[in-house]
Design a protein around this ligand. Structure first.
Ligand code: HEM
Length: 396
């Protein structure tokens, strides 16, 4: 009934045949092959990585305790980059302790450039102007840098494997990175992965989808908690009662109901992916309104607007995690991870990552937000132009 709309073609130069933008049979084969790599056993093996990166984040944030309010975005970006590099590539980039500024900054610039194209239906025709304005060259330079980084990591991983060949031999999925799982799929002659390039495209997609989205989700969640001290306090109580004095397990994170609702509410108000778009492949008539959408129609679904509909979410602007104590009013009312066959394959991964990191920060600090309002801007992701700035107090 629908496929990805033409606007996604703007991402092709970067993400190649990766899952996010591929269509038809290739997408189907890839999705089928990749789905088992998000099995809960594999996610469980990532918890220590999330935890380690969260502890490093806490240590970095300690330097800010008692100081003037600061922008939390680079801290979250570096933490999310550490997580995604180790889970996707099995390699530590140490972005938090040795900030690898170039990659996150280039991702930011690239998503802005590509968003200009994605939201302009005539961008194909405007290509000469794009070239004249120097944007084409900028895109090519950024592309080089953005694919060099994962390739460098791929090489480093290859060297590590050659130096420690035993790490592959026991056949278990313990702490095996996404990259390694894809290499194994390719070795089984799966038609979804015929070449190294196919693997690279998926790893780049994973790095893109898994880095910036998680980073923005953390930013908005901490800002909201910093504005709502009573909810932050209740969350601190829940986290400290569940986690203190033990090495947390995946089950512990699933048990924390308020933590889950806080994250869901943050993703409702500030969905890092603010909209998706599709092309209708067969005519449909919308139930209720009776509007007819002919085949070929490009449809945009704005999560930002949908999640603010007062008939679906009373007092929609209010940060109220308790609204998720009630069932959602419509199966498609709440879609931060989209819905249907092209929904987010990484949603369980990211919810677990967010739970581990948010609980560690809340356990260690009281967060106070200085901005009462955010100046939002939309490129491919929902971004914030004014911080947000927070100050921190160390919890005893
Ligand atoms: C809070 C964080 C995240 C949000 C809000 C989010 C949201 C979404 C949304 C809305 C889509 C549909 C996109 C579209 O159709 O245009 C999507 C697709 C996708 N996401 Fe996520 N995502 C997040 C994190 C992740 C992570 C961590 C990964 C990887 C580990 C990931 C991997 C993917 C992939 C590969 C697709 C394409 C799936 C397909 O088309 O079959 N995402 N995500």
């Amino acid at each position: 009934m629908s496929t990805k709309s033409n606007s996604y073609k703007a991402l092709e130069s970067w993400l190649g045949t990766g899952l996010l933008i591929s269509n038809g049979n290739l997408w189907h084969q890839r999705r089928k092959a990749i789905t088992p790599t998000f099995h809960f056993k594999i996610l469980e093996s990532f918890v220590p990585i999330f935890y380690k990166c969260g502890i490093i984040l806490v240590n970095c944030l300690k330097e800010k305790v008692g100081k003037v309010p600061f922008d939390i975005t680079p801290y979250m970006s570096n933490c999310a980059l550490d997580v995604v590099a180790e889970t996707a590539m099995g390699t530590e980039v140490k972005a938090q302790t040795n900030p690898h500024d170039e990659y996150p900054k280039s991702v930011l610039r690239m998503t802005k450039l590509l968003a200009d194209k994605m939201y302009n239906p005539y961008w194909n025709l405007l290509e000469p102007i794009y070239t004249l304005l120097g944007k084409k060259k900028e895109e090519t330079d950024l592309l080089k840098l953005l694919s060099t980084f994962p390739l460098e990591l791929l090489k480093r991983k290859e060297n590590e494997k050659n130096n420690h060949p035993s790490s592959r031999e026991n056949g278990e999925n313990k702490n095996i990175a996404f990259l390694e799982l894809l290499v194994r799929i390719k070795e089984t002659k799966n038609p979804a992965f015929k070449s190294e390039q196919d693997i690279k495209d998926e790893v780049v997609t994973f790095m893109f989808e898994g880095h910036d989205t998680s980073s923005m989700a953390l930013v908005y969640t901490f800002w909201l908690l910093g504005l709502h001290s009573e909810i932050q306090e209740a969350l601190f109580q829940e986290v400290s009662q569940t986690l203190v004095g033990k090495i947390p397990s995946m089950e512990d994170y699933h048990k924390m109901d308020l933590l889950n609702r806080v994250l869901k509410e943050s993703l409702r108000l500030y969905s890092p992916v603010p909209l998706v778009s599709r092309m209708i492949t067969e005519e449909i008539v919308l139930p209720g309104s009776g509007y007819r959408l002919p085949a070929g129609t490009q449809v945009v679904v704005s999560m930002y607007s949908l999640h603010r509909r007062a008939d679906l979410f009373p007092e929609p602007e209010k940060f109220n995690p308790d609204r998720f104590l009630e069932p959602i009013k419509h199966p498609f009312a709440y879609v931060p991870f989209a819905a249907g066959p092209r929904n987010c394959i990484g949603q369980k991964f990211v919810m677990l990552e967010l739970k581990v990191i948010v609980s560690l920060v809340v356990l260690n600090f009281e967060i106070h937000s200085s901005n009462k309002n955010l100046k939002l801007t939309r490129d491919i992701l929902l971004r914030c132009l004014n911080g947000p700035n927070v100050s921190l107090t160390l919890r005893k």
